[in-house]
Write a protein that binds this ligand. Structure first.
Ligand code: NAP
Length: 345
């Protein structure tokens, strides 16, 4: 009997769903557009609000700090390299933040996450935004991995690091009717050859926070941002090698992203904080990555062939330099000196 019902559903449901989708998409898109216009008139004012950013010592996290600072937010900066955090804090004060607290911490350690949330609330008395940004990447074909156990750190930082911090922040965010911002990645849904652990950790992150959004709605809001390839220590070559060792290697990163245009971190941060203040649920930047998602859903084989082709063509070699999306040229050797050192400059 059950088999018969399944057979009937297989026959009837797909065409019904398809027709319902065709009918509902135009009004849905219109309402979404209308609502997004309304939201531009009710942007969240960040002046005086308390924002905690993990992974604030470099790259996207550092630029998010500056963008929040320009809007007058009070800030808590978390990462492991204290010297870099102090430099970022100094600049953030220059950009307009009235109070910046630096707290060294490792997001993979649950006691550190508890401590930095407590220190933030003890210092400021509240917490308005938690920005889960800290992350690492791996670059290597899965079959080259020498010791599989060395890659559990990918989930420890990219997934558990955000979950621990969120767990301790929620009571305070409930009080302030605050917001959680999650820095995910299109690698979560696009194919991620050579970034298999990275893509999987980001997919887990998105799934967790999309479910949590339902549990917390409307008391705490959640914005999930998925940036494309963006200038940072990561795109300067910092990654876990096939041995599971953190290293900076420009050649390997060029092999992977040499074919993709690199987005400026400052512009990305501006767009993310804008979207966050507008109350967006998800932000994909650059926007065209969203269009690629349609290909992934409707024609997954074409995306598969595209990546086969990408990996077959010769990588572009730009020894010692990476050209950013804004045409700026960065000296990667500057990053190599600090990036592999976890604690201090
Ligand atoms: N760059 C891209 O193309 C791109 C694209 C999509 C998404 N993302 C995501 O954006 C986020 C920021 O990365 P990024 O590109 O800006 O790279 P990045 O420059 O390497 O920054 C990573 C940040 O995470 C911190 N971090 C790493 N492990 C940590 C740990 N165990 N505990 C605390 N902090 C830790 C680092 O600080 P310390 O080393 O000082 O601890 C650093 O501040 C990541 O989640 C990444 O996955 C990046």
């Amino acid at each position: 009997m059950d088999l018969l019902i399944h057979k009937l559903m297989n026959l009837v449901l797909p065409p019904i769903i398809f027709v319902a989708l065709c009918i509902s998409i135009p009004p849905y898109l219109f309402l979404k557009f209308f609502y997004s216009i309304l939201r531009t008139f009710s942007m969240e004012d960040m002046a005086g609000k308390v924002v905690l950013v993990t992974g604030a010592s470099s790259g996207i996290g550092e630029q998010l700090v500056y963008e929040y600072a320009r809007r007058g937010a009070r800030l808590v900066l978390v990462a492991r390299r204290k010297n870099l955090l102090e430099e970022v804090a100094k600049k953030a004060r220059g950009f307009g933040s009235t109070d910046v607290l630096v707290v060294c911490g490792d997001v993979t350690k649950v006691e550190d996450c508890k401590r930095f949330i407590e220190e933030a609330v003890n210092h400021f008395g509240c917490l308005d935004h938690l920005v889960n940004n800290a992350g690492i990447t791996n670059i290597c074909p899965f079959e080259d991995v020498t010791n599989i156990l060395n890659f559990s750190s990918m989930m420890d930082v990219n997934f558990w690091g955000s979950i621990y911090a969120t767990h301790f922040a929620i009571p305070h965010l409930l009080k302030s009717k605050g917001r959680i911002v999650v820095i995910a990645s299109p690698s979560a849904w696009l194919l991620a050859p050579r970034l298999t652990f990275y893509g999987a950790s980001k997919a887990a992150l998105i799934n967790f926070f999309e479910s949590l959004r339902v549990e917390l709605d409307p008391r705490v809001a959640i914005t999930i941002a998925s940036p494309g390839v963006t200038e940072s220590e990561m795109t300067q070559g910092k990654h876990l090698s096939k041995e599971g060792v953190m290293q900076v290697d420009k050649e390997t990163v060029n092999l992977l992203i040499g074919t993709f245009p690199v987005f400026g971190a400052e512009l990305l941060a501006k767009r993310i904080v804008n979207g966050v203040c507008r109350g967006e649920r998800s932000i994909t930047e650059p926007f065209y990555y969203g269009a690629v998602y349609l290909w992934k859903v409707f024609c997954p084989e074409i995306i598969h062939w595209f990546f086969l082709w990408i990996h077959a063509i010769k990588p572009m070699k730009r020894q010692g330099m990476i050209v950013t999306g804004r045409g700026k040229i960065l000296d990667v050797d500057h990053y190599a000196t600090t990036a592999t050192t976890p604690i201090t400059k």
